[in-house]
Design a protein around this ligand. Structure first.
Ligand code: C2O
Ligand code: CU
Ligand code: CU
Length: 476
């Protein structure tokens, strides 16, 4: 995790020397600093079973892109093309989705909507050029209540064109596993959970570890990137033992300040969301910074950063603001309003469509219609778009939660910003996932600047898979 100043200089020089060098794989949690891929613009990801000790014993049928640990942090450079060749060695179908990345619709990885899922022994090539810098992530979009629950969620970092000047980075992939202490799986989901707040994991991890320790230079500036890739849990993170500032949320540099989270007022990081913090390490070598989360049953530590080496004597004021990503601002005075209501399904009953994994129930709906299942994504099969936007149109989406549960509402392919809530003051920062609390109505604004059919769903996967899903079409 730790990169010293000189390492970074070497890395940059190597990057220049390799011309098209765009992919850096950082193996998380194993102390490997930066392993440069052989073919820099292309990355091979092999989806496979993985073994790792998460509880007291090794669990052997986790799912990852490595035999023995979490999917790696993929590091790309803003504006540099990327090719991921994904090979599926599982006995089931899959696709990979690049959460938060604005890309061509065909590369979005949504089964039946943008591509056919690929089966055992098959590969699929994803190509895109990341236009936005920031913290994103990747996960399957088929059989998600199995594949994501068993580990297939990784962090995707898009580096700014110019180095923002940190001494090092710590990347935390936050997620739970539903395991017994002996390493055996509990049911990955429950009907009871799916109909309420979701089914929570038993092992809370960062990078598949319980309370891991990373290094940061004494008195140095660490960029902490956290991604909530769990299927259910809303994390409530805060940092103890260091000063810091929030610099980005959901990938994008802030337009409006977000308070430095504390134990009494932690940040709400719901499934799918990310937060980037600048942390100033303590000046005493050996001191620890604790990354905490308020969880049911009390606060607990997710990870630690230990001060190592000579005092870098850095100051937070040395950091300049991250450059804004180039996102079109909606014309709010002339924007069209589209209403979306999230709630229980009036129909209830079983969901029939088994492709890419049905849970067998419909509990939830958008605009009172439960999503009938992934393979239904066409008019002829009865599930057309929830809304149609014209390319370039400014839209206000009025998101109304009629249910007593929280829903992190996620839209693919487009970036939006909250405008107002009926319950709280909400920062108007660019995002792809907004947490809609119980009985809350939030208006968000966007410009429909990306053609295609874009999945729109709750990121509590049990909700998504029992009806709280659909798509929005952007057409010319
Ligand atoms: Cu993380 Cu449909 O997405
Ligand atoms: Cu997404
Ligand atoms: Cu939900």
């Amino acid at each position: 995790m730790t990169k010293s100043g000189s390492d970074r200089r070497i890395s940059r020089r190597t990057a220049l020397g390799m011309l098209s060098s765009s992919v850096v794989l950082t193996l998380i949690g194993v102390g490997v600093k930066a392993a440069w891929a052989q073919k820099p613009a292309q990355l091979d990801l092999v989806i496979q079973h993985s073994a790792h000790k998460i509880t007291e014993a090794v669990t052997t049928d986790l799912i990852s892109t490595r035999p023995d640990g979490p999917p790696p942090v993929i590091r790309l450079k803003q504006g540099v093309p990327f090719v991921a060749r994904v090979t599926n060695t599982l006995p089931d179908y899959t696709t990979i989705h690049w959460h938060g990345i604005r890309l061509a619709n065909a590369m979005d990885g949504v089964p039946y909507l943008t591509q056919f899922p690929f089966g055992p022994g098959e590969s699929y090539e994803y190509r895109f050029t990341p236009m936005d810098a920031g913290t994103y992530w990747y996960h399957p979009h088929c059989l998600t209540m199995n594949q994501m629950a068993k580990g297939l969620t990784g962090v995707l970092v898009v580096e700014e064109e110019t180095d923002p000047g940190f001494n090092s980075e710590v990347v935390l992939n936050l997620r739970d596993f539903r395991l017994r202490p002996n390493g055996e799986w509990l049911d990955l989901w429950t009907a009871r959970g799916a109909a309420r707040s979701g089914t929570f994991g038993t092992a809370v991890t960062a990078n598949w570890e319980t309370d891991p320790v990373y290094d940061g230079q004494t008195g140095g500036l660490v960029r902490l990137r956290m991604a909530a890739t769990d299927t259910t849990r809303i994390y409530k993170p805060y940092v103890v033992g260091a000063d810091g500032v929030v610099i980005a949320t959901d990938g994008h540099p802030l337009r409006e300040t977000v308070d430095w989270p504390s134990e009494v007022a932690p940040y709400l990081l719901s499934p799918g969301q990310r937060i980037d913090m600048a942390i100033r390490m303590p000046e005493t070598e050996g001191a620890f910074v604790d990354i905490m989360s308020d969880l049911p049953g009390g606060s607990r530590r997710l990870a630690r950063v230990r001060a190592v080496g000579a005092n870098a004597a850095r100051s937070l004021s040395e950091l300049s603001q991250l450059p804004q990503n180039d996102i079109p601002n909606p014309d709010l005075r002339n924007a069209r309003v589209e209403e979306f209501v999230f709630g229980w399904t009036p129909e209830g009953g079983a969901q029939q469509n088994g492709f890419c994994g049905t849970l067998g129930y419909s509990f939830w709906s958008i605009n009172r219609k439960p999503w009938p299942g992934d393979a239904a994504a066409s008019e002829t099969r009865g599930a057309g778009p929830l809304a149609v936007f014209r390319l370039g149109e400014s839209i206000i989406l009025r998101l109304r939660n009629e249910s007593p549960n929280d829903h992190p509402i996620h839209l693919h392919g487009l970036v939006f910003r909250p405008l107002k809530s009926n319950k709280r003051t909400i920062a108007s920062n660019w995002t792809d996932t907004v947490l809609l609390q119980r009985d809350e109505t939030i208006e968000v604004g966007l410009v429909a600047d990306n053609l295609g059919d874009w999945a729109f769903h709750c990121h509590v996967i049990e909700h998504q898979k029992t009806g709280l899903a659909g798509f929005i079409r952007v057409e010319a």
